[in-house]
Design a binder for this molecule. Structure first.
Ligand code: 0XW
Ligand code: MG
Length: 360
């Protein structure tokens, strides 16, 4: 069976908890790209990718839309049950640009699984259990406001928190101290700098927070700086923005830099390429987070399938973007509860999308 039509939709997704601040820049919501691939029998596969403005990743919405429009014709006539071959065709037509390819690749995997009549997690190795732990990010503001937000998230059931740092290191120390003091000791905290520190900022931060319990996430952008920090700091470290290719993962593991890997589907280029890095990370004994740069219900369903098909013992956590934003784009996603994300039942992504909700 072949793919007979392909469409791109747009959805603006305001944040329900106000602006999100990261590396000192604020964004009010996601500007999301939603792709539909339709097979000859009428089955439709869905994919979603959204950058965070233009500053978070090497991607921005206008470029992603232009790139997707350019690639969609490439999918017409390809097999509807061969997502990796579709990825080959995209890679042949366009060099790089993983964020452009991500929603198309996701739709191809959803389509294949729907036609085969199995959940997407089955195509990715099979689900281990039924739920995945969630984390919530605490955007960078003043320490007291961040502490209050942390308590609010714990009250709402989240048991894992990411504290945004990566600005002035001494102010960041105050942020970590305030949040650590505000939540129970068994709530894991990740100090995520999103690569925002210079080496000397990161070294000052880790030196002054030696007595706090936390994980360090992507302190600097450059790999050599992160390796220096890992050698001088006893905290477990995970890389996020610095992991784009399998080679990045292998270097970081071989150099003893990381105990875990945060994989964002749109940064890596979709379900297929993320699956490859995920499987290698698992076999190297790393803890794995699979999440994305943004989106709503379709994207949350995809992260649920990718996380559920990662062995429980090696899962860190993921995000519930559908609860971060005020608009949904599918039905059938179970509600989150007790800080956990549950996978939908049904074939493919297991959710139902009505294209009439999209106005663009
Ligand atoms: C928390 N996120 C997953 C949401 C935004 O896309 C940024 C990202 C991050 O890791 O900071
Ligand atoms: Mg991160």
């Amino acid at each position: 069976m072949k793919i007979k039509s392909a469409h791109l939709y747009r959805q603006v997704q305001p944040f329900s908890d106000g602006p999100y601040i990261c590396r000192g820049q604020a964004e009010e919501g996601f500007d999301s790209c939603i792709v539909a691939l339709e097979a000859e029998d009428g089955t439709v596969g869905w994919g979603e990718a959204a950058p965070l403005g233009a500053f978070y990743a090497e991607a921005f919405p206008e470029a992603m839309r232009a790139g997707i429009e350019r690639l969609l014709p490439v999918t017409i006539g390809l097999s509807a049950t061969a997502p990796a071959r579709l990825a080959d065709a995209l890679n042949h037509a366009m060099l790089g640009q993983p964020s452009v390819k991500s929603a198309i690749d996701m739709a191809a995997w959803d389509l294949a699984a729907r036609i085969m009549g199995c959940p997407l997690s089955d195509l990715l190795g099979g689900a281990d259990g039924t739920s995945v732990p969630l984390y919530r990010s605490i955007g960078q503001t003043d320490p007291d406001a961040m502490a209050r937000k942390a308590q609010d998230y714990v009250k709402r059931g989240y048991r894992r928190l990411q504290v945004k740092v990566g600005a002035d290191p001494l102010e960041d120390v105050a942020r970590m101290q305030a949040v650590r003091a505000a939540v129970p000791d068994d709530v894991p905290l990740y100090a995520d700098a999103n690569g925002g520190w210079l080496l000397e900022d990161a070294l000052r931060f880790v030196d002054r927070t030696r007595d706090l319990d936390y994980w360090l996430e992507q302190p600097c952008m450059g790999y050599a700086d992160n390796r220096t920090i890992a050698r001088r700091c006893a905290k477990p470290m995970v890389l996020d923005e610095g992991l784009v290719t399998l080679e990045d993962l292998l270097h970081a593991h071989q150099d003893g830099v990381i105990s875990g890997a945060t994989l964002k589907i749109a940064r890596i280029g979709g379900i297929g390429p993320t699956r490859l890095i995920r499987d290698v990370a698992v076999s190297l004994g790393l803890k794995v987070t699979i999440e994305d740069t943004g989106g709503s219900t379709i994207n949350t369903a995809a992260t649920a399938h990718m996380m559920l098909s990662t062995p429980t013992a090696q899962r860190a956590h993921t995000v519930d973007f559908m609860n971060w934003v005020t608009v949904q784009n599918a039905t059938g996603m179970p509600e989150t509860a007790d800080g956990k994300l549950f996978g939908p039942s049904g074939s493919g992504l297991g959710i139902c999308v009505d294209p009439d909700i999209f106005t663009d």
